[in-house]
Design a protein around this ligand. Structure first.
Ligand code: ARG
Length: 404
Protein backbone atom coordinates (compact mmCIF):
# COMPACT_ATOMS: atom_id res chain seq x y z
CA UNK A 1 0.00 0.00 0.00
CA UNK A 2 1.39 3.34 -1.05
CA UNK A 3 1.23 6.44 1.10
CA UNK A 4 0.50 9.93 -0.11
CA UNK A 5 3.38 12.40 -0.11
CA UNK A 6 3.59 14.38 3.10
CA UNK A 7 1.96 11.68 5.21
CA UNK A 8 3.45 9.68 8.00
CA UNK A 9 6.17 12.25 8.61
CA UNK A 10 6.22 11.60 12.31
CA UNK A 11 5.64 8.62 14.56
CA UNK A 12 2.31 6.79 14.70
CA UNK A 13 0.61 9.38 12.51
CA UNK A 14 -0.39 6.83 9.89
CA UNK A 15 -2.55 4.95 12.36
CA UNK A 16 -4.61 8.08 12.83
CA UNK A 17 -5.49 8.51 9.17
CA UNK A 18 -8.99 8.00 8.03
CA UNK A 19 -9.39 5.46 5.30
CA UNK A 20 -9.64 7.73 2.30
CA UNK A 21 -9.14 7.02 -1.30
CA UNK A 22 -7.40 9.78 -3.18
CA UNK A 23 -6.43 9.24 -6.80
CA UNK A 24 -6.45 5.47 -6.31
CA UNK A 25 -4.10 5.67 -3.37
CA UNK A 26 -5.59 4.06 -0.29
CA UNK A 27 -4.44 5.49 3.00
CA UNK A 28 -4.04 3.42 6.12
CA UNK A 29 -7.28 3.02 8.05
CA UNK A 30 -7.47 4.35 11.59
CA UNK A 31 -6.28 1.67 14.01
CA UNK A 32 -8.99 0.58 16.40
CA UNK A 33 -6.80 1.26 19.45
CA UNK A 34 -6.57 4.97 18.59
CA UNK A 35 -9.46 6.89 20.12
CA UNK A 36 -11.65 8.82 17.70
CA UNK A 37 -10.38 12.32 17.08
CA UNK A 38 -11.93 14.96 19.34
CA UNK A 39 -11.26 18.67 19.34
CA UNK A 40 -8.57 18.21 21.99
CA UNK A 41 -6.64 15.69 19.89
CA UNK A 42 -7.05 17.52 16.60
CA UNK A 43 -4.02 18.91 14.85
CA UNK A 44 -5.45 22.29 13.92
CA UNK A 45 -6.81 24.15 16.93
CA UNK A 46 -5.90 27.70 17.94
CA UNK A 47 -8.25 30.36 19.28
CA UNK A 48 -5.91 33.04 20.56
CA UNK A 49 -2.47 34.58 20.12
CA UNK A 50 -1.20 33.38 23.51
CA UNK A 51 -2.47 29.95 24.64
CA UNK A 52 0.37 27.39 24.99
CA UNK A 53 1.85 26.87 21.56
CA UNK A 54 2.14 23.28 20.30
CA UNK A 55 2.55 23.50 16.52
CA UNK A 56 3.32 26.40 14.22
CA UNK A 57 4.26 27.14 10.63
CA UNK A 58 7.54 29.05 10.36
CA UNK A 59 8.07 30.75 7.01
CA UNK A 60 11.10 30.40 4.79
CA UNK A 61 13.12 32.94 2.85
CA UNK A 62 14.47 30.81 -0.01
CA UNK A 63 13.49 32.03 -3.46
CA UNK A 64 11.95 35.24 -2.09
CA UNK A 65 11.55 38.27 -4.32
CA UNK A 66 10.96 41.96 -4.00
CA UNK A 67 7.64 42.91 -5.47
CA UNK A 68 7.50 45.50 -8.20
CA UNK A 69 5.61 48.50 -6.88
CA UNK A 70 1.94 48.27 -7.67
CA UNK A 71 -0.96 50.48 -6.63
CA UNK A 72 -1.47 49.15 -3.09
CA UNK A 73 2.22 48.71 -2.38
CA UNK A 74 3.51 52.10 -3.46
CA UNK A 75 1.40 53.87 -0.86
CA UNK A 76 3.13 51.92 1.89
CA UNK A 77 6.58 53.08 0.83
CA UNK A 78 8.13 56.35 1.83
CA UNK A 79 9.35 58.75 -0.84
CA UNK A 80 12.59 57.51 -2.41
CA UNK A 81 12.25 54.10 -0.75
CA UNK A 82 14.78 51.60 -2.10
CA UNK A 83 12.01 49.11 -2.85
CA UNK A 84 10.18 51.40 -5.22
CA UNK A 85 12.75 50.98 -7.98
CA UNK A 86 13.95 47.42 -7.53
CA UNK A 87 12.14 44.15 -7.94
CA UNK A 88 12.95 40.51 -8.66
CA UNK A 89 15.02 38.03 -6.68
CA UNK A 90 16.31 39.15 -3.30
CA UNK A 91 20.06 39.06 -2.67
CA UNK A 92 21.50 35.64 -1.82
CA UNK A 93 23.05 37.09 1.32
CA UNK A 94 19.73 38.44 2.58
CA UNK A 95 18.14 35.06 2.00
CA UNK A 96 20.96 33.29 3.84
CA UNK A 97 20.77 35.68 6.79
CA UNK A 98 17.02 35.30 7.00
CA UNK A 99 17.21 31.52 6.84
CA UNK A 100 19.91 31.39 9.51
CA UNK A 101 17.78 33.45 11.86
CA UNK A 102 14.67 31.42 11.21
CA UNK A 103 16.62 28.21 11.88
CA UNK A 104 17.76 29.62 15.21
CA UNK A 105 14.18 30.63 16.06
CA UNK A 106 13.04 27.09 15.26
CA UNK A 107 15.80 25.69 17.50
CA UNK A 108 14.47 27.73 20.39
CA UNK A 109 10.82 26.85 19.75
CA UNK A 110 11.54 23.15 19.34
CA UNK A 111 14.43 22.76 21.76
CA UNK A 112 13.22 24.86 24.67
CA UNK A 113 9.46 24.66 24.29
CA UNK A 114 8.81 21.44 22.39
CA UNK A 115 6.83 23.26 19.71
CA UNK A 116 6.43 21.37 16.43
CA UNK A 117 7.64 23.69 13.65
CA UNK A 118 6.52 23.07 10.09
CA UNK A 119 7.79 24.83 6.98
CA UNK A 120 6.10 25.81 3.73
CA UNK A 121 7.21 24.42 0.42
CA UNK A 122 10.07 26.10 -1.42
CA UNK A 123 8.48 27.93 -4.31
CA UNK A 124 10.35 30.09 -6.75
CA UNK A 125 8.60 33.45 -6.62
CA UNK A 126 10.69 34.80 -9.46
CA UNK A 127 8.11 34.17 -12.12
CA UNK A 128 5.32 36.33 -13.51
CA UNK A 129 2.05 36.41 -11.63
CA UNK A 130 -0.55 36.46 -14.34
CA UNK A 131 -4.31 36.13 -14.26
CA UNK A 132 -6.98 37.26 -16.76
CA UNK A 133 -7.08 40.58 -14.86
CA UNK A 134 -3.44 41.61 -14.34
CA UNK A 135 0.17 40.68 -14.70
CA UNK A 136 3.15 41.56 -12.48
CA UNK A 137 6.73 40.40 -13.08
CA UNK A 138 7.17 38.34 -9.90
CA UNK A 139 5.70 37.16 -6.63
CA UNK A 140 6.87 37.73 -3.08
CA UNK A 141 7.86 35.25 -0.40
CA UNK A 142 7.08 32.15 1.67
CA UNK A 143 8.44 33.85 4.78
CA UNK A 144 5.28 35.57 6.03
CA UNK A 145 2.64 32.90 6.66
CA UNK A 146 0.76 35.15 9.12
CA UNK A 147 -0.22 37.42 6.25
CA UNK A 148 -1.82 34.57 4.33
CA UNK A 149 -3.27 32.05 6.82
CA UNK A 150 -5.87 32.78 9.48
CA UNK A 151 -6.31 29.98 12.02
CA UNK A 152 -9.48 30.13 14.09
CA UNK A 153 -10.17 27.03 16.15
CA UNK A 154 -10.15 24.04 13.82
CA UNK A 155 -10.32 26.18 10.71
CA UNK A 156 -7.60 27.72 8.56
CA UNK A 157 -8.81 30.35 6.12
CA UNK A 158 -6.58 31.38 3.24
CA UNK A 159 -6.86 35.18 2.97
CA UNK A 160 -8.03 36.91 -0.20
CA UNK A 161 -4.80 38.99 -0.12
CA UNK A 162 -4.75 42.47 -1.60
CA UNK A 163 -1.47 42.91 -3.47
CA UNK A 164 -1.11 41.46 -6.94
CA UNK A 165 2.34 40.09 -6.23
CA UNK A 166 0.81 38.06 -3.39
CA UNK A 167 -2.16 36.65 -5.32
CA UNK A 168 -0.76 33.11 -5.39
CA UNK A 169 1.13 33.22 -2.09
CA UNK A 170 -1.13 30.50 -0.61
CA UNK A 171 0.53 28.00 -2.94
CA UNK A 172 3.54 27.43 -0.71
CA UNK A 173 1.25 26.36 2.17
CA UNK A 174 -1.01 24.10 0.16
CA UNK A 175 0.89 20.83 0.62
CA UNK A 176 0.96 21.42 4.38
CA UNK A 177 -2.75 22.23 4.51
CA UNK A 178 -3.46 19.21 2.36
CA UNK A 179 -1.53 17.08 4.82
CA UNK A 180 -3.54 18.49 7.75
CA UNK A 181 -6.69 17.79 5.77
CA UNK A 182 -5.68 14.17 5.40
CA UNK A 183 -4.52 13.69 8.99
CA UNK A 184 -7.10 15.69 10.92
CA UNK A 185 -10.72 14.76 10.30
CA UNK A 186 -11.90 17.90 12.12
CA UNK A 187 -9.78 20.34 10.11
CA UNK A 188 -11.93 22.87 8.25
CA UNK A 189 -10.04 24.22 5.24
CA UNK A 190 -11.42 27.38 3.71
CA UNK A 191 -10.27 29.71 0.99
CA UNK A 192 -11.78 33.21 0.91
CA UNK A 193 -12.95 34.40 -2.52
CA UNK A 194 -10.07 35.64 -4.61
CA UNK A 195 -10.51 39.26 -5.72
CA UNK A 196 -9.90 40.18 -9.32
CA UNK A 197 -7.22 42.74 -8.32
CA UNK A 198 -8.04 44.58 -11.51
CA UNK A 199 -7.49 48.33 -11.77
CA UNK A 200 -10.93 49.21 -10.46
CA UNK A 201 -9.95 47.99 -6.98
CA UNK A 202 -7.21 50.56 -6.43
CA UNK A 203 -7.27 54.35 -6.21
CA UNK A 204 -4.83 55.37 -8.90
CA UNK A 205 -4.79 58.98 -7.64
CA UNK A 206 -4.04 58.08 -4.01
CA UNK A 207 -0.48 59.34 -3.95
CA UNK A 208 -1.28 62.54 -5.80
CA UNK A 209 -4.41 63.35 -3.82
CA UNK A 210 -4.74 66.96 -2.70
CA UNK A 211 -5.68 65.73 0.78
CA UNK A 212 -2.68 64.95 2.92
CA UNK A 213 -2.10 61.46 4.25
CA UNK A 214 -3.20 62.33 7.78
CA UNK A 215 -6.56 63.47 6.54
CA UNK A 216 -6.98 60.55 4.15
CA UNK A 217 -6.21 57.98 6.82
CA UNK A 218 -8.31 59.65 9.50
CA UNK A 219 -11.24 59.48 7.06
CA UNK A 220 -10.31 55.87 6.32
CA UNK A 221 -9.60 56.59 2.68
CA UNK A 222 -6.95 54.12 1.59
CA UNK A 223 -5.24 53.16 -1.66
CA UNK A 224 -7.58 50.19 -2.00
CA UNK A 225 -11.30 50.89 -2.40
CA UNK A 226 -14.50 48.97 -1.74
CA UNK A 227 -15.05 47.33 -5.13
CA UNK A 228 -14.48 43.76 -3.91
CA UNK A 229 -13.78 42.26 -0.47
CA UNK A 230 -10.10 42.08 0.37
CA UNK A 231 -8.24 41.13 3.54
CA UNK A 232 -4.78 39.98 4.58
CA UNK A 233 -4.74 37.53 7.48
CA UNK A 234 -2.25 39.70 9.44
CA UNK A 235 -4.94 42.37 9.79
CA UNK A 236 -6.70 40.15 12.31
CA UNK A 237 -6.00 39.53 16.01
CA UNK A 238 -7.68 36.57 17.69
CA UNK A 239 -8.95 36.77 21.28
CA UNK A 240 -11.04 33.58 21.61
CA UNK A 241 -14.67 34.59 21.11
CA UNK A 242 -13.63 38.01 19.82
CA UNK A 243 -11.67 38.93 16.77
CA UNK A 244 -10.38 42.39 15.81
CA UNK A 245 -10.04 43.31 12.14
CA UNK A 246 -7.93 46.28 11.02
CA UNK A 247 -9.30 48.42 8.21
CA UNK A 248 -6.13 49.19 6.26
CA UNK A 249 -4.48 49.37 2.86
CA UNK A 250 -4.77 45.59 2.78
CA UNK A 251 -8.22 45.00 4.34
CA UNK A 252 -11.26 46.96 3.23
CA UNK A 253 -14.69 47.27 4.82
CA UNK A 254 -16.10 44.61 2.54
CA UNK A 255 -13.28 42.32 3.65
CA UNK A 256 -14.28 42.97 7.25
CA UNK A 257 -17.90 42.28 6.32
CA UNK A 258 -16.91 38.93 4.77
CA UNK A 259 -15.01 37.97 7.92
CA UNK A 260 -17.89 39.13 10.12
CA UNK A 261 -20.50 37.05 8.31
CA UNK A 262 -18.19 34.05 8.15
CA UNK A 263 -17.25 34.04 11.84
CA UNK A 264 -20.59 35.29 13.23
CA UNK A 265 -22.00 32.10 11.80
CA UNK A 266 -19.44 30.25 13.91
CA UNK A 267 -20.56 32.11 17.05
CA UNK A 268 -17.70 34.63 17.21
CA UNK A 269 -17.82 38.42 17.53
CA UNK A 270 -15.90 40.38 14.92
CA UNK A 271 -14.84 43.97 15.63
CA UNK A 272 -13.84 46.64 13.12
CA UNK A 273 -10.82 48.71 14.19
CA UNK A 274 -8.50 51.35 12.82
CA UNK A 275 -5.56 53.34 14.18
CA UNK A 276 -5.80 56.81 12.64
CA UNK A 277 -2.20 57.69 13.51
CA UNK A 278 -0.81 54.84 11.40
CA UNK A 279 -0.30 56.64 8.10
CA UNK A 280 0.49 53.49 6.12
CA UNK A 281 -1.77 50.96 7.82
CA UNK A 282 -0.97 47.42 6.81
CA UNK A 283 -1.28 44.57 9.32
CA UNK A 284 -2.42 44.92 12.91
CA UNK A 285 0.46 43.11 14.59
CA UNK A 286 2.65 46.08 15.45
CA UNK A 287 -0.29 48.10 16.83
CA UNK A 288 -2.55 45.87 18.89
CA UNK A 289 -0.66 42.95 20.39
CA UNK A 290 -2.25 40.77 23.08
CA UNK A 291 0.48 39.04 25.10
CA UNK A 292 -1.75 36.79 27.18
CA UNK A 293 -5.35 36.57 28.34
CA UNK A 294 -5.19 39.78 30.36
CA UNK A 295 -2.41 42.01 28.98
CA UNK A 296 -2.29 43.77 25.65
CA UNK A 297 0.59 45.82 24.25
CA UNK A 298 -0.32 48.98 22.35
CA UNK A 299 1.80 51.06 19.99
CA UNK A 300 2.69 54.42 21.62
CA UNK A 301 2.52 56.22 18.27
CA UNK A 302 -0.67 54.57 17.03
CA UNK A 303 -3.11 54.53 19.93
CA UNK A 304 -6.54 52.92 19.62
CA UNK A 305 -9.62 55.11 19.25
CA UNK A 306 -11.33 55.97 22.58
CA UNK A 307 -14.16 53.41 22.16
CA UNK A 308 -11.61 50.63 21.84
CA UNK A 309 -9.64 51.78 24.89
CA UNK A 310 -12.93 51.80 26.83
CA UNK A 311 -13.81 48.31 25.62
CA UNK A 312 -10.43 47.02 26.83
CA UNK A 313 -10.72 48.78 30.19
CA UNK A 314 -14.31 47.73 30.81
CA UNK A 315 -13.32 44.14 30.22
CA UNK A 316 -10.43 44.24 32.65
CA UNK A 317 -7.57 44.28 30.14
CA UNK A 318 -4.25 45.61 31.36
CA UNK A 319 -2.72 47.77 28.63
CA UNK A 320 1.01 48.29 28.37
CA UNK A 321 2.66 50.74 26.03
CA UNK A 322 5.10 49.18 23.59
CA UNK A 323 8.60 50.47 23.08
CA UNK A 324 11.42 50.28 20.55
CA UNK A 325 15.18 50.80 20.57
CA UNK A 326 14.73 52.61 17.27
CA UNK A 327 17.21 50.35 15.51
CA UNK A 328 17.63 51.21 11.83
CA UNK A 329 15.24 49.40 9.55
CA UNK A 330 16.74 47.71 6.51
CA UNK A 331 16.38 49.92 3.39
CA UNK A 332 14.59 47.11 1.56
CA UNK A 333 11.98 46.71 4.28
CA UNK A 334 8.57 48.37 4.08
CA UNK A 335 8.20 48.01 7.84
CA UNK A 336 8.83 50.51 10.61
CA UNK A 337 10.89 50.45 13.80
CA UNK A 338 7.70 49.19 15.48
CA UNK A 339 8.52 45.68 14.41
CA UNK A 340 9.89 45.69 17.98
CA UNK A 341 6.27 45.04 19.04
CA UNK A 342 5.85 42.17 16.59
CA UNK A 343 6.49 39.55 19.26
CA UNK A 344 5.17 35.99 19.53
CA UNK A 345 3.66 34.64 22.72
CA UNK A 346 4.74 31.05 23.24
CA UNK A 347 2.47 30.72 26.26
CA UNK A 348 0.99 33.04 28.90
CA UNK A 349 4.46 33.88 30.22
CA UNK A 350 7.09 33.41 27.50
CA UNK A 351 7.31 35.92 24.68
CA UNK A 352 9.75 35.64 21.77
CA UNK A 353 11.34 39.04 21.19
CA UNK A 354 14.22 40.44 19.13
CA UNK A 355 17.57 39.99 20.89
CA UNK A 356 18.65 43.62 20.41
CA UNK A 357 15.39 45.25 21.53
CA UNK A 358 16.59 45.74 25.10
CA UNK A 359 13.85 48.23 25.97
CA UNK A 360 11.26 45.65 25.05
CA UNK A 361 13.00 43.03 27.21
CA UNK A 362 12.78 45.37 30.18
CA UNK A 363 9.18 46.24 29.52
CA UNK A 364 8.14 42.60 29.30
CA UNK A 365 10.11 41.58 32.40
CA UNK A 366 8.67 44.47 34.37
CA UNK A 367 5.20 43.24 33.53
CA UNK A 368 5.78 39.68 34.64
CA UNK A 369 6.70 38.10 31.30
CA UNK A 370 9.80 36.14 30.48
CA UNK A 371 11.29 37.49 27.26
CA UNK A 372 12.84 34.80 25.07
CA UNK A 373 15.60 36.55 23.14
CA UNK A 374 16.13 35.50 19.55
CA UNK A 375 18.06 37.43 16.86
CA UNK A 376 15.56 38.05 14.07
CA UNK A 377 16.42 41.31 12.39
CA UNK A 378 17.19 40.40 8.81
CA UNK A 379 13.73 38.98 8.34
CA UNK A 380 12.45 42.59 8.55
CA UNK A 381 13.28 43.16 4.93
CA UNK A 382 11.01 40.27 3.96
CA UNK A 383 8.13 42.04 5.70
CA UNK A 384 8.02 41.40 9.44
CA UNK A 385 9.23 39.75 12.62
CA UNK A 386 8.14 36.98 15.01
CA UNK A 387 4.39 37.18 14.59
CA UNK A 388 4.51 37.75 10.84
CA UNK A 389 6.92 34.94 10.01
CA UNK A 390 4.75 32.33 11.71
CA UNK A 391 1.17 31.06 11.56
CA UNK A 392 -0.53 29.15 14.34
CA UNK A 393 -1.53 25.56 13.84
CA UNK A 394 -2.24 24.41 17.39
CA UNK A 395 -2.36 26.01 20.80
CA UNK A 396 -3.62 24.19 23.86
CA UNK A 397 -6.97 25.23 25.23
CA UNK A 398 -10.55 25.82 24.31
CA UNK A 399 -12.62 28.67 23.05
CA UNK A 400 -13.23 31.26 25.78
CA UNK A 401 -14.51 34.79 26.04
CA UNK A 402 -12.05 37.46 27.14
CA UNK A 403 -14.63 40.22 26.70
CA UNK A 404 -17.38 38.98 29.00
N1 ARG B 1 2.78 47.85 9.38
C1 ARG B 1 3.78 47.37 10.28
C2 ARG B 1 4.81 48.43 10.56
O1 ARG B 1 5.72 48.62 9.84
C3 ARG B 1 4.41 46.11 9.81
C4 ARG B 1 3.55 44.93 10.06
C5 ARG B 1 4.13 43.68 9.53
N2 ARG B 1 3.25 42.61 9.83
C6 ARG B 1 3.13 41.50 9.09
N3 ARG B 1 2.29 40.59 9.50
N4 ARG B 1 3.77 41.32 7.97
O2 ARG B 1 4.76 49.07 11.55
Amino acid sequence: MQQLKGLGTSTSKSSRHLAVKVQNVVLQPRASTVPPSTSSSSIVNSWTEWQPLKEIIVGRCEMSCMMKTEPAFKAKLKEGHALSSSFGRRAAEAIEDGERELAEFINVLEGKFGVVCRRPEVIDWNMPIKTPDFEVPNGNTSSMPRDVLLTVGNEIVEATMSLRGRFFEYRCYRSLLNEYFERDPDFKWTSAPKPSMNDSMYRSDYLTSSMDRTELVSKRIYCTNETEPIWDAADIMRFGKDMFVLNSFTTNRKGYEWLKRHFNQRGLRVHFVDFPDDLAPMHIDTNFVPLNGNTIMLNPKRPPRPWLMRLLQENGWKTIVGTSNGLPVHPLSHCSEWLSCNVLSIDEKHVAVEAQETKMHELLSKNGFEPVLVPLRSIAQFGGAFHCCTADVRREGDLKSYFP
